[in-house]
Design a protein around this ligand. Structure first.
Ligand SMILES: [Zn+2]
Length: 143
């Protein structure tokens, strides 16, 4: 059905769909005089208009608010999962958290003087900077 509509244009006079290349409608409307945009083109134009405005994401190095996701454990998989959830949350809220921001968030759960904090920091750096082949984490952090 859809293919049939492609390459059609609507006659502004009788509203009939005619071939995009037709020069004249059955009703006599002269397309050669008043070119009409094809339905396909029209739909594309409408879609373009519906797109949300492009807004830049804000880069956050030192987040002001609370960490949106609780860091439950300090093992590598948990931290990895937590980082991705924090980054996802940031993207959803138009924010790019830098690695500094991620580490900053850890302070909420472990004070900076604790060995837990240092361990978590090392793990985060390892996940986000150490393993080049481990996915897009680096890219996600860069603006
Ligand atoms: Zn017509």
């Amino acid at each position: 059905m859809q293919e049939k509509r492609q390459g059609k244009k609507q006659c502004p006079d009788c509203k009939e769909l005619v071939g995009a290349r037709s020069l004249k409608c059955k009703c006599g409307f002269p397309f050669w005089k008043y070119p009409v945009v094809s339905q396909q083109k029209q739909r594309e134009e409408e879609k373009k208009r519906e797109l949300p405005p492009i807004t830049g994401r804000i880069t956050i190095s030192y987040p002001a608010g609370k960490c949106p996701i609780k860091l439950e454990e300090l093992d590598e998989p948990t931290i990895r999962e937590w980082i991705y959830r924090v980054l996802d949350y940031g993207i959803y809220n138009n924010r790019n958290y830098t690695i500094d921001a991620i580490i900053y968030f850890v302070r909420e759960f472990y004070p900076t003087y604790t060995s837990e904090f240092q361990d978590a920091k090392r793990t985060i750096i390892g996940i986000l900077c150490g393993q080049q082949d481990e996915g897009n984490s680096r890219e996600m952090l860069e603006v």
